[in-house]
Design a protein. Structure first.
Ligand code: CA
Length: 377
């Protein structure tokens, strides 16, 4: 058999407005964007990947900086190519490595490798341990309404509906964005807990809204509200703060969506997280995410990938989740994002409280060409 090589790498920016602006501790979200990466092999097989973040800059980084180091290479050499892209990124930018852009290329290569060998990417990543996963619902963002009572009412109603259907919900805190503070944050969690009852799993996500002191105060309150984990309580750089909170609080501490691969080493060495949350489309792709998963496993730290992207990112995350041991969760984003449902021929959905993990070759995600053209940035 003649060796198949990578013929072309193309970056496709996609953009969609949200139904209604929504907020979390750091910002308001008015549109959703991603950059999809299309890798075509010399036999015509195509793999897709996804990069987190703005279209601007990402498309150019993929096509001008990264693609020349992948074209002409054997697409089955994914690990070697990831290491090369990482080194190229380091040499090009010195103080940063463009990990979100590398993610799209790496994920596309894993999709392609699976398709070329006729197996699901999870099989190549180490083996499928499950065919479905329990989801928890991400949503319950801040609404563009006046007054804290209306704010509470809308978030509580949304959480109750999701809890009724899937039994696990993640809330956002950090209402300082709207001029409130930690007391209102705790009150929001209290009201949601009361509304969803004791059987619902409730996670709380601060998106690093707090300094150490406020994080400790809020964390103490969360202990009595049966919170599954307290996510990103302090700034990602503050690994010592994470470790201190983990030592001090009874509520488990989670984080990782803003951390690079080498920073997970620091998080693990400092015993800074109870739950590790790398994002496949941010951290550099499935290659580093799998390496992080193995380190997490060795240390007895559960891995729950952060997922907030389109159907491609969701599909890639599911392939990683298929390989994890223990009882993983799927972060199931239900905030407004047409790119999550419209781009896939068969959008991911929960059935009987589970989300199925495709076992078709590669990621098992088929994209709708017409929708892709419609949302192209
Ligand atoms: Ca988060």
């Amino acid at each position: 058999m003649t060796e198949v090589t990578v013929d072309a790498v193309e970056a496709v920016g996609v953009r969609a407005p949200v139904d209604e602006p929504f907020g979390y501790s750091q910002a308001w979200v008015r549109e959703r964007t991603a950059t999809l990466v299309r890798v075509e092999a010399s036999d015509g097989t195509v793999g897709w990947g996804e990069c987190w973040g703005p279209v601007e800059g990402t498309v150019e980084t993929v096509e001008s900086v990264l693609a020349p180091h992948v074209v002409g290479e054997n697409p089955l050499d994914v690990e070697r190519l990831y290491d090369r892209l990482y080194d190229v990124g380091r040499a090009t930018y010195q103080t940063i490595v463009p990990l979100p852009a590398i993610s799209g290329v790496d994920v596309a290569l894993w999709d392609l490798a699976g398709k070329l060998q006729g197996v699901s990417t999870a099989t190549l990543l180490g083996g499928r341990r499950r065919e479905s996963v329990r989801p928890y619902v991400t949503g319950h963002y801040f609404k563009p309404v006046d007054g804290i009572e209306r704010q509470y009412d809308r978030i509580v109603a949304e959480a109750r509906a999701n809890a009724d259907e899937l039994g696990a919900v993640k809330l956002k805190v950090g209402l300082e964005l709207l001029g409130y503070g930690p007391e209102e944050d705790v009150e929001l969690v209290r009201r949601v807990r009361e509304a969803v009852g004791p059987e619902t799993t409730v996670m709380v996500d601060a998106n690093y809204a707090y300094d150490r002191r406020d994080a400790r105060r809020v964390g103490r309150e969360l202990e009595s509200l049966d919170v599954e984990w307290f996510e990103e309580p302090v700034r990602p750089e503050d690994v010592e703060g994470y470790a201190h909170l983990r030592e001090t609080l009874d509520v488990p501490v989670a984080g990782g969506e803003c951390h690079a691969p080498f920073e997970f080493d620091r998080l693990f060495e400092a015993h800074a997280v109870d739950v590790a949350q790398p994002d496949v489309c941010i951290v550099g792709g499935l290659t580093p995410a799998r390496r992080i998963a193995r380190r997490a496993r060795d240390r007895g730290v559960p891995l729950v990938p952060h997922v907030w992207g389109t159907a491609v990112c969701l599909g890639a995350s599911l392939q990683l989740i298929a390989t994890l041991d223990g009882r993983p969760w799927l972060e199931f984003d239900r905030s407004s994002n047409p790119l999550r449902s419209a781009l896939a021929v068969e959008p991911f959905a929960a059935e009987d409280g589970r989300v199925s993990i495709p076992d078709a070759p590669g990621l098992g995600v088929e994209l709708d060409a017409e929708a892709l053209a419609r949302y192209r940035a």
